[in-house]
Ligand binder design. Structure first.
Ligand SMILES: [Zn+2]
Length: 281
């Protein structure tokens, strides 16, 4: 079984996690830029973080046989701090980098005017750079927040097939299915979706445009949740091809729209890793 986790914050995870993920079948991840818990106070903090997502983290992942790509953005929460919003001016040169396969995560946290401005600006950046977008939906007032998110996406004129609306649940999946955007589900140990509810949604909505992630970060979370969903799918009567579609081919199709997804293995990959080492220096 091969697994691609389309949303996981490996910066917050240990090397043991990389080993366990590889043993469970994870061979590729996308790490979106997010809030690190401690508020940033200046643009330089973002740039060092972006450099880590482009250099150090892919290097670390490669040592455990996992392909690492990233999505870069000003996250919704820190869009509210004017000291951080200035990173929007630095993003264009970062979005040109080889292993950046999307803009993200963007969207609403508390649904403020500042968040909306950053969201719209970054949807425009995604279009200018021909990149797909990973959109976070707020945890409070999820239905209202998701509806407003879809309005902003529509108004931006970006093709829905290039947009992933993440952290969905039973209340919000329907409107995103109708919109034509990709549907993302974060499987957590105690909140949001669990594997059984996820598999029920796959039965109801099918496997098309469906993405399952662990969204593992510094909070209570588990980077093996993707594998758990695969196992529950098989137990529920889905075939191996369905599992491969949801947990590998769908993320490959979505992020492949960037034209930058590099999943070569073997000796070719060795050359890649050497490249990462050079980039790191
Ligand atoms: Zn996240």
């Amino acid at each position: 079984m091969r697994i691609f986790d389309p949303h996981v914050h490996m910066t917050s995870r240990t090397t043991d996690d990389y080993q366990r993920m590889h043993a469970a079948g994870v061979r590729a991840v996308v790490e979106p830029a997010f809030w690190l818990g401690q508020p940033r106070t200046n643009v330089g903090s973002f740039l060092d973080y972006f450099d880590a997502l482009l250099g150090w983290e892919p290097y670390r992942a490669a040592q455990h046989g996992i392909h690492h790509h990233c999505a870069l953005a000003l996250n919704p929460k820190e869009a509210n701090d004017p000291r951080c919003a200035a990173v929007l001016a630095e993003l264009p040169r970062y979005l040109l980098k080889d292993s950046v396969v999307a803009v993200g995560e963007v969207g609403y946290d508390s649904m403020t005017a500042e968040e909306e401005r950053a969201f719209e600006a970054q949807l425009a950046l995604a279009q200018e750079n021909d990149l797909p977008v990973l959109v976070h939906t707020p945890h409070r007032d999820k239905a209202g927040g998701t509806r407003r998110t879809l309005d902003v996406v529509r108004a931006a004129g970006i093709p829905p097939v290039r947009v992933l609306i993440d952290h969905l649940n039973e209340m919000t999946v329907g409107m995103v299915a109708e919109s034509g955007c990709w549907m993302g589900f974060s499987i957590y140990p105690d909140t949001k979706m669990d594997p059984d509810r996820m598999v029920a949604l796959l039965k109801q909505y099918g496997t098309d445009r469906m993405l399952v992630n662990s969204a593992a970060d510094w909070g209570r979370s588990d980077p093996l949740k993707t594998r758990e969903v695969a196992d529950v799918m098989l137990a529920a009567g889905f075939g191996e091809d369905d599992v491969d579609r949801v947990l590998w081919r769908n993320p490959v199709t979505f992020y492949g729209q960037s034209g930058r997804l590099d999943l070569r293995t073997g000796s070719e990959a060795g050359a890649d890793y050497a490249g990462n080492t050079i980039k790191r220096g």
